[in-house]
Design a protein around this ligand. Structure first.
Ligand code: ADP
Length: 258
């Protein structure tokens, strides 16, 4: 396993990488939404877990289409909880979470599954399938969403090329560095071309070089229209960018920049 990664391995985006599916925002499906307002909206959102832990308190947040937003704050402040509310893994105790015009609390199982297809997620610990190759890990998402073989084939290589892993398609996760594994997980998150990408501490296990590379890929995805929300407690990473920043402290959200 190599600890460092050659930055030149990531080529600029070719025209072959498929940008976010604009069809999603014009769908007649109520679970997909047709909002002209903010892409994501939290109104007076409080999350209290069953054990009484007050993770978020009266959070208000509006995220515009195409924004690149950092969510910072110390460990345990509520950053992951915020993302979990956005993709419906947790439900707000009070208040409304609205994604693309759809209020999440009102969704039934099937509708929630449809909404989740609009959201790619990247985790700190990659969450790759160990006994599957890079290609299989990425293709699996499309297969699970019912894409045809032909469409999977069309999307796979451009996406792996986009994260600089076109030469590692047959490798297993254990044969890759941490940075490479995280790039597989980014490829998996965006191969279905969702308009929203959530990244929960994506650089938490990476050295500065690999962290920089991951942020660069996320910025490129943002440049082609994907709205990116990234949580981090790495102050340096945030300082290096000029993107909007919010901070969560003890469950309360403050806008820091932008
Ligand atoms: P962060 O991502 O900023 O580290 P989290 O959102 O993971 O913070 O956690 C916020 C608070 O909620 C913490 O006090 C944590 O212990 C608590 N918490 C997170 N998940 C759960 C859960 N499933 N049940 C109970 N408490 C939880």
């Amino acid at each position: 396993m190599s600890a460092t990664t050659d930055r030149s391995a990531i080529p600029p985006f070719g025209q072959s990488f498929i940008p976010p599916d604009q069809a999603a925002s014009t769908s007649a499906d109520p679970a997909v939404g047709q909002s002209a307002g903010p892409l994501i909206e939290l109104e007076q959102v409080t999350k209290i877990y069953d054990n009484g832990c007050r993770a978020l308190l009266g959070v208000n947040l509006r995220i515009k289409r195409g924004e690149f937003l950092f969510v910072t704050g110390p460990s345990g402040s509520g950053k992951s909880t915020l993302l979990k509310l956005l993709y419906g893994e947790e439900q707000a105790t009070q208040g409304d979470v609205i994604v693309n015009g759809v209020t999440l609390t009102k969704l039934k199982g099937n509708q929630l599954a449809k909404l989740r297809r609009q959201i790619g997620i990247v985790f700190q610990d990659y969450k790759l399938i160990p006994r599957r190759t890079v290609s299989e890990n990425v293709a699996f998402v499309l297969w699970a969403q019912g894409f045809t073989r032909k469409e999977i084939h069309r999307r796979l290589l451009p996406t792996l090329r986009m994260v600089g892993l076109q030469d590692k398609t047959h490798c297993f996760p254990e044969e890759l560095s941490g940075g490479e594994q995280q790039r597989v997980s980014i490829a998996r998150a965006v191969v279905g071309t969702p308009p929203i990408l959530l990244a929960d501490e994506p650089t938490g296990n990476l050295d500065p070089d690999n962290s920089h590379q991951v942020i660069k890929i996320l910025q490129r995805l943002n440049a082609i229209g994907i709205t990116v929300i990234i949580t981090t407690h790495d102050e340096q990473l945030v300082r290096q960018s000029h993107c909007p920043v919010v901070q969560i402290r003890d469950g309360r959200l403050i806008r820091v920049r932008g």
